[in-house]
Design a protein around this ligand. Structure first.
Ligand SMILES: [Zn+2]
Length: 159
């Protein structure tokens, strides 16, 4: 599969530090893990996390050399509450796992992925929306989270 972003990300990868995954492990019961397919081999691999100090975004999904990777600005990331860290991590995981471009679908899948591990209640989602609005504004985008269909546990195709 041709990915136009791949070559760009090889360059940005060189600029980033390699970083151990323990840094996203904010709590012993809160290990953030994600599996996605390598672009070249099409095999499922554990998603790598790397530190992206220069990034203006808190986290981005990338495929340096075809390897599914989440680049995280840890300075900003580690200041966020756990629910928000989970949401951001699994949002990027959704991009990698399902090769998604759509931010709204990635937001909903993030909730699904979190729910699979931690059983989200409606109150949890309301709390998350509140925190996201406080931290990032964009209240319209986050309020959409209340309309995600968690019961359906929709699994989009990877096409
Ligand atoms: Zn996104």
């Amino acid at each position: 599969m041709y990915c136009p972003l791949k070559n760009i990300f090889i360059l940005s990868f060189i600029l980033l530090f390699s970083f151990n995954t323990f840094a996203v492990e904010t709590h012993k019961n809160d290990r953030l893990t994600c599996f996605a397919k390598h672009l070249d081999t099409n095999k499922e691999v554990p998603v790598k996390t790397i530190s992206a100090i220069t990034s203006k975004k808190i986290a981005t999904a990338q495929w340096p050399l075809g390897y599914p990777t989440i680049a995280i600005d840890y300075r900003a990331f580690l200041k966020l509450p756990i629910n928000t860290r989970q949401f951001i991590y699994y949002h990027e995981c959704a991009h990698l796992k399902f090769k998604l471009d759509d931010e709204f679908i990635a937001d909903c899948i993030s909730l699904n992925l979190t729910d699979e591990k931690h059983e989200l209640s409606e109150i949890d989602i309301r709390k998350l929306v509140k925190t996201l609005v406080e931290k990032f504004g964009m209240s319209r985008r986050w309020s959409e989270l209340l309309h995600c269909d968690l019961m359906q546990k929709a699994k989009p195709t990877t096409q």
